[in-house]
Structure formats: structure tokens, C-alpha cells
Design a protein around this ligand. Structure first.
Ligand code: NAD
Ligand code: TYD
Length: 342
């Protein structure tokens, strides 16, 4: 597979940048092209280590603009081309404040990308999805690939629409689309608006930790490296037209996570503030990942007990990365490196 060219969309974000690091390490002969619009969540500092690699190219552009997608596919070249689509508006709270950007990128963006990829004969297309499309669980039960989609937030509704467009391209046009749906990720390079990096950042700075509602909402946490390895497995071995759930059987109520972070950082519980609940807050997510284990042989490798403290250590060791995000100076990186304004 030495001649594969891969277009990664949203590679400057949290999971996309971790995925590009994984490919650079484990698939050194692949040509890597990263198409990213550099929204507030895009941070090219995440990828500074890749800039010296001759098989990596950054293309500044929007998945919702066919000319930008075309430029990125031109960069990949004329050999076999695979696409893995991470680019999205990804934060539920922002979708509650303003849903239109979510529809533009997560719905329109998917269709524009699909049309360009289909016209160019892209050989595999992986849509990186979320378990939130299945809605909310009570105290028992797990999401399987057969669970009906019942999204509750504008974010999850827009992601469900994107999944349906990929499904429709497969059924209507025979387009080789694959879909994954993963539970909540944590690890290096996550934007500090999501629960774990926000709590690490606030606790480190002795700031209050805002816990929504009673803190008893449950999420199923997976280390980002495990997610990326699962995605690579699906990209290489998955069957087009199929959906694969990804998760690590690792459920925790939010308040437990917050307390664990405080304990590792040796900070007092008095920093916790219970605040007004998120509107429409899903109670529980939990993934049944038996299909990907059974059919593709993927297993998570990292335990929460080990990877959460390592993640906390990463944020402490990379305090400059966090400071650049907090000050906004990360947004100048593109201009400094590439000589143009993002
Ligand atoms: P993120 O918000 O950290 O990164 C998103 C990236 O997409 C950023 O680099 C941003 O600049 C880019 N982007 C946004 N709009 C774009 C556009 N129109 N054109 C090109 N680039 C654009 O997100 P993330 O947490 O890394 O999530 C990546 C994907 O994984 C998303 O599709 C998300 O729905 C999915 N997902 C995330 C999680 C999680 O826990 N974070 C879990 C399951 C699935
Ligand atoms: P988040 O990281 O936003 O992921 P998602 O909503 O996509 O699952 O939130 C994870 C959980 O943490 C969710 O139940 C909401 C809760 N939460 C808080 O209690 N306080 C916060 O400041 C944030 C950002 C989230």
C-alpha cells in the first residue's frame, strides 16, 4: 500500500491531529494532505512536528467549498486516494448558542466533499462520526449499530444528517463510504472547551470547575490514540456501506471525572461549582463496540486509570500550548509559518 494518498479533513483539530501523528509514525510511505479551514478549533501548532516531513502538505480551505476540496485532492495526486473526514463543528454548547455553522459544515460540508470525491473516483471515504447521533440512554443498555438515530442537540442532529448523506451516496451511487461512531475522546491537543481539558486547565489555574446539573450524566470515555487506531483499522479493512461503533466500555459520571482530575492535580474539591444544566442534556452514552472487535480485530489498548493521569501530565508539560490557546496567539501560527493570514 505504499502509494496511497490520504486526504485528512480537519487535521488541525484534536482527533485529526492525533490521527496525522499516528499515520506519520506508522505509515511513513503514505502521502498525507490536511485540508482545514482553521476555525477557532484548528491549531496548526498541533502539527508543528510534521512540517518537516516531505510527505505532508497543509491546504488551507473549507470542506464546504468545492474549489478548496478540489485543490486538496489535486495535492494528493493521481494515485489511489482515500479520504478521512474529521472536519466539523464539534461542541454541543456552541450548537445550542448558534446552530447554523453546524449545518453549514456538518451537513453541507459533507455533501460538497462527497460530490467532489465521487467525481474524482476516491476509493475509500471514512466519515468520522459520534455516538451522540443515537440520542440518550437510561441507566441500562448500550448503543449498537442498529440503534435508531435520535439526535437531541443541533450538533448531534447535524452529524446524523452527515451520516445519512454518506449512507445515501453508498446506496444510490455505490460510493465507497464507511461510517464510524465513537464515544467521548480525551487526550493531548483537545481544545479546552470540552470537559476534561477544561477541568484540567481550570484546576491548574485554581479557577472554578463548572459542573452542569447534578454532575451525574454519564459519558463513555476513550483515549484518542485508541480511537485513531480504530479509525485506521476501519480505513484499511472496513467494508464500504457499513457502520462501526467505537468505544472502550469505560463509563463514568462527570462528577467522578472532575474529582479524579482534582485528586491528580492535588487541588481542593471546593473548586467545584454546580451550575445550571445544559438545555436538553443527554443523560448517558454507552457504546457496544463488539462489531469492530469481532469483524476487524480492533481492541482498545489504554486504560482510563493510566491514560487520564498521562493526559493530565501532558497538559502540565505543554503549558505553553495551553497558554497560546488561552491568549489566542495560536491563531497567528499560520501567518508565521506560511506567510498568510488564516
Ligand atoms: P475539533 O473541533 O477539535 O476539530 C475540528 C477541526 O475541523 C478543526 O481543525 C477545524 O478548524 C476544522 N474545521 C471546522 N470546520 C471546517 C470546515 N468547514 N472546513 C475544513 N475544516 C474545518 O473536533 P474533534 O474533537 O477533533 O472531532 C473531530 C471529528 O470527530 C468530528 O467530526 C467530531 O464530530 C468527531 N467526534 C469527536 C468526538 C470527541 O470526543 N471529540 C467523539 C466522536 C466523534
Ligand atoms: P463535552 O466535553 O462538552 O462533551 P459532550 O457534550 O459532547 O458529551 O461534555 C461532556 C460532559 O460534561 C457532558 O455531560 C456535559 C458535561 N460538562 C460539564 O459538566 N461542564 C462543562 O463545563 C462542560 C464543557 C461539560
Amino acid at each position: 500500500m505504499s502509494s496511497v494518498g490520504v486526504l485528512v479533513t480537519g487535521g488541525a483539530g484534536f482527533i485529526g491531529s492525533n490521527f496525522l501523528h499516528l499515520l506519520a509514525e506508522t505509515r511513513p510511505h503514505w502521502k498525507l494532505v490536511n485540508l482545514d479551514v482553521l476555525s477557532y478549533a484548528g491549531n496548526l501548532e498541533n502539527l508543528s512536528a510534521l512540517e518537516k516531513e516531505t510527505n505532508y502538505t497543509f491546504v488551507h480551505g473549507d470542506v464546504g467549498k468545492s474549489e478548496d476540496v478540489g485543490r486538496a485532492l489535486d495535492e494528493v495526486g493521481s494515485g489511489p486516494t482515500w479520504v478521512i473526514h474529521f472536519a466539523a463543528e464539534s461542541h454541543v454548547d456552541r450548537s445550542i448558542q448558534s446552530a447554523l455553522p453546524f449545518v453549514e459544515t456538518n451537513v453541507m460540508g459533507v455533501q460538497v466533499l462527497l460530490e467532489e470525491c465521487r467525481a474524482r473516483g476516491v476509493e475509500r471515504f471514512l466519515n468520522v462520526g459520534t455516538d451522540e447521533v443515537y440520542g440518550s440512554l437510561g441507566e441500562t443498555g448500550l448503543f449498537t449499530e442498529e440503534t435508531p438515530l435520535a439526535p437531541n442537540s443541533p450538533y448531534s442532529a447535524s452529524k446524523a444528517a452527515g451520516d445519512f448523506l454518506v449512507r445515501a451516496a453508498f446506496h444510490t451511487h455505490g460510493f465507497p463510504g464507511l461510517i464510524t461512531r465513537c464515544s467521548n475522546n480525551y487526550g493531548p491537543y483537545q481544545f479546552p472547551e470540552k470537559l476534561i481539558p477544561l477541568m484540567i486547565a481550570n484546576a491548574s489555574g485554581d479557577k472554578e470547575l463548572p459542573v452542569y446539573g447534578d454532575g451525574k450524566n454519564v459519558r463513555d470515555w476513550l483515549y484518542v490514540r485508541d480511537h485513531c487506531e480504530a479509525l485506521l483499522t476501519v480505513l484499511e479493512k472496513g467494508t464500504p456501506g457499513e457502520v462501526y461503533n467505537i468505544g472502550g466500555n469505560n463509563e463514568y459520571p462527570n462528577i467522578r471525572i472532575v474529582r479524579m482530575i482534582l485528586e491528580v492535580l492535588e487541588k481542593p474539591e471546593s473548586l467545584i461549582r454546580f451550575v445550571t444544566d445544559r438545555p436538553g442534556h443527554d443523560q448517558r452514552y454507552a457504546i457496544d463496540a463488539s462489531k469492530i472487535r469481532r469483524e476487524l480485530g480492533w481492541e482498545p489498548r489504554f486504560t482510563f486509570e493510566k491514560a487520564l493521569p498521562e493526559t493530565i501530565a501532558w497538559y502540565r508539560e505543554n503549558s505553553e500550548w495551553l497558554e497560546n490557546l488561552q491568549s489566542g496567539s495560536y491563531r497567528d501560527y499560520y501567518e508565521r509559518q506560511y506567510g498568510a493570514r488564516a
